[in-house]
Design a binder for this molecule. Structure first.
Ligand SMILES: *Cc1c(COP(=O)(O)O)cnc(C)c1O
Length: 398
């Protein structure tokens, strides 16, 4: 059989096709469609000469296996030609911390968007402060105005587009243009859109990270992170991963690879159902505002439309002011929507959140209780019926 048939990704293929063709070597896999899960630490060398020269495709489990290589190949095919390398980490947060440790040194200054994932902020305020890196925060809507915040020692800018609770949409190309003129690197947490809907490396980002725990895995059964870097940043990331000893477990690598095969159809459904529910919620009398950049009314809509090709199933709502017990009644009346942290799996979730106590560059004053929803793959009418029930519960508690 032709060993490359069906498994040769190319630049002319669309992303959906690359998700099928990339990361497979059917010849080496003896005809089987999927690569096996390689478990291993030791890799044996055939002779002393090769051992002395470190001459081997694989040298040690921590440095990669055929399974990790397959996943890296898939991610590179999805990120596009700017991607020079992909690092794999044991969690999404580890992707963020490994990236920051790889890029920064004592005496550096880091600019961070005020809407980033809270544990990323905790790392900056905790370990980075201890290691002599100073962090300052900026308004997610600052755009090219970020110029005034740069210092001679500003080494990097960390953004998240959109923020995964409050959904402001930073202007990444504008921020990147300023950062690059100042010799700083741009780091993007691309978990919300994935490279399928936001090719951040093509928009001026140097390092694009994902909590692959979310949509890449897609089934709420792994903790995983990825770091994709361009040619300028990859040497730093690759060195950082090696020095820190970061690697990922073989089963999680395989599940991430398997999750990616269906990423395009899953995300398309999350996008469609999420937007439909967002519009439905915007028309509810109990809802003051829906925070979803794909809605025309959203302040970040123009940027989303310019820079993204789709939206995921995660967004937030601001309720009209009601007592906490009414919000709790809504949460307790829901049946299909689970309550729990994380997102990106096949199931719908709802969780209250509050950004007031940690924002520093901007004031978070939504004017009512805030809830974040993840719209899963259930039938959208069933989800609406569930939310209907939830609002009846809320109203009954008033
Ligand atoms: C979940 C999440 C992370 C952290 O990922 P874990 O796998 O939970 O460590 C980082 N960034 C964003 C935007 C996230 O939503």
């Amino acid at each position: 059989m032709n060993s490359t048939r069906g498994n040769t990704p190319s630049d002319s293929q669309r992303s959906e096709t690359r998700l099928v063709t990339a990361g497979r070597d059917t010849g080496a896999q003896k005809g089987f469609v999927n690569p096996p899960v390689f478990r291993g630490s030791t890799v044996l060398y055939p002779n002393a000469e090769d051992l002395h020269a470190h001459r081997a495709e694989f040298t040690y489990g921590r440095h990669g296996t055929p399974t990790t290589r397959a996943l890296q190949g898939m991610l590179m095919a999805l990120e596009g030609p700017q991607c020079a390398g992909v690092g794999l980490t044991p969690s999404g947060l580890a992707a963020v911390t490994t990236t920051l440790l790889s890029v920064l040194k004592a005496g550096d200054h880091l600019l961070v968007c005020d809407n980033v994932y809270r544990p990323s902020r905790n790392f900056c305020g905790g370990m980075l402060t201890r290691y002599g890196v100073e962090t300052s925060y900026f308004d997610p809507m600052i755009g090219a105005g970020i110029e005034t915040l740069f210092r001679p020692n500003t080494r990097a800018v960390l953004v998240e587009a959109p923020g995964s609770q409050s959904f402001e949409m930073p202007d990444i190309p504008a921020i990147s243009a300023v950062a690059h003129a100042r010799g700083a690197l741009v780091i993007d947490d691309n978990t919300w859109a994935t490279p399928l809907y936001h090719r951040s490396l093509e928009q001026g980002v140097d390092i694009s990270m994902q909590a692959a725990t979310k949509y890449i895995g897609g089934h709420s059964d792994i903790m995983f992170g990825t770091i994709s870097a361009n040619a300028k940043a990859w040497p730093l990331i690759s060195e950082g991963i090696r020095l820190l000893g970061v690697c990922a477990g073989p089963d999680d690598v395989f599940l991430a690879l398997r999750g990616m095969r269906t990423l395009a159809v899953r995300l398309a459904q999350h996008y469609r159902s999420g937007l439909e529910i967002a519009r439905w919620l915007a028309a509810r009398p109990e809802v003051a505002r829906v925070l979803h950049p794909a809605l025309e009314s959203d302040p970040g809509h123009a940027i989303w439309k310019r820079d993204f090709t789709g939206a995921s199933g995660l967004f937030s709502i601001v309720l009209k002011p009601v007592p906490q017990q009414a919000v709790d009644a809504l949460l307790d009346t829901l049946n299909l929507f689970g309550m729990g942290f994380s997102w990106g799996g096949f199931e719908s979730l709802i969780i209250p959140f509050d950004c007031t106590d940690y924002r520093t560059a901007t004031k978070w004053a939504p004017g009512g209780p805030t809830l974040r929803l993840h719209i899963g793959l259930e039938n959208v009418d069933d989800l609406k019926a569930d939310l209907d029930r939830g609002f009846a519960g809320l109203n009954a508690a008033l």
